[in-house]
Design a binder for this molecule. Sequence first.
Ligand code: NAG
Ligand code: NAG
Ligand code: NAG
Length: 391
Amino acid sequence: MALLRLLVFCTLAACCVARSPPQIPLCSFPLPRSCNDSEVQAVAGFALQSINQDRKDGYVLSLSRVHDVWDHFQEDMGSVFYLTLDVLETDCHVLSKKAQKDCKPRVLHESVYGQCKAMFHINKSRRVLYLLAYNCTLRPVSQRKIHFICPDCPGPVDLSDPRVLEAATESLAKFNSESLSKQYSLVKVTRATSQWVVGPSYFVDYLIKESSCTKSQASCSLQSSDSAPVGLCHGSLMQGPLEKSVSVTCEFFESQAQVPGGENPAVTQESKKQPSEDDEAPQKNKAPVISPSVTAPKGSVQHLPDLDAEKPQGSKEKSPEEATEEKSPEEAFPVQLDLTTDPHGEKLDVSFLYLGPEEKKLVVFPFPGKESRSTKCPGSAGETNPLILPP
Ligand SMILES: *[C@@H]1O[C@H](CO)[C@@H](O)[C@H](O)[C@H]1NC(C)=O
Ligand SMILES: *[C@@H]1O[C@H](CO)[C@@H](O)[C@H](O)[C@H]1NC(C)=O
Ligand SMILES: *[C@@H]1O[C@H](CO)[C@@H](O)[C@H](O)[C@H]1NC(C)=O
């Protein structure tokens, strides 16, 4: 397979030698890199940070390991990296804007793990670090396997369960009753688990926003209803034989009125330049060019059910080890990320990243690596438990 790919590359290379300048040569192509190369590790870290910054929903993702990596170095432009990253959800909401390193991974039985594909552009001399696109797929850890280790651990519950809403409402009421003046209302429940303690118990995470009501007011004045979430609460409702007990803690996000992406020079640069007529300017070059939008989301995160829940129940019992061996990551964590389908590559206008007058174009290829990857991949996974690593 590797030989075949090499042959394809040679054909592409030959055809680009035949093409004469001044056309941008499409002769270079992505090449596999080692997954635990220190530069690749650093790039993976920047890419995941950018993914977390781009998201409006869900929990901050942390890196378990680099699953696969291809590097396309383009003369006069720098690199486009094609990264496949194995990731884990942390306990921080993306709206908290906390860095990955300040977030704790979840306990094993509540883990959510998966895979992201990302295309990331780097030009070291111009200090450009830019996420072109990403897509991720996440699943909760297999409850069947957790049950082997910890039969009494809390398990996930459907967010539409009425007792989930009850736990959120009751715990928020407690928080509001203890608050001195400001009152808060529920935006949405983001996570829920349940467990039998001395009775049914529900544990919920939910987003809150400032309510237009104040404590002293009997009724609430009508105010703008679409205010942004200001914090994340962890609440619980435990039903005992005689009485129920409610607990709540809330953490407030840092003010949204900050300089966006302060530590990342490319992101800062990008945010200064708002989309203008320049971006819509007719292309001088006749070749088809994709123009990324500066403001549109660059990708999405898909949540899929427990991998075991997809299988028909009652089939021959297998040990947890056997069950994982059957699926490739592509099947278990399907992630599609293609800015082009043209096997010869397509040009992507990234002039907005370079504040100069000249046009800057990157060549992008269909996401490589479906059939072959570096032997030095996946990289090492550190301490990560195999139960929460994509196969
Ligand atoms: C970065 O971009 C500049 C100008 O766009 C180019 O001259 C330079 O070669 C690029 N740097 C790298 C490392 O490719
Ligand atoms: C990202 O995934 C979605 C489906 O989840 C798909 O529609 C979209 O085309 C993907 N984006 C890219 C750039 O491939
Ligand atoms: C690189 O990855 C391999 C596994 O693919 C691992 O055995 C090795 O220890 C890693 N090397 C370093 C320097 O991390």
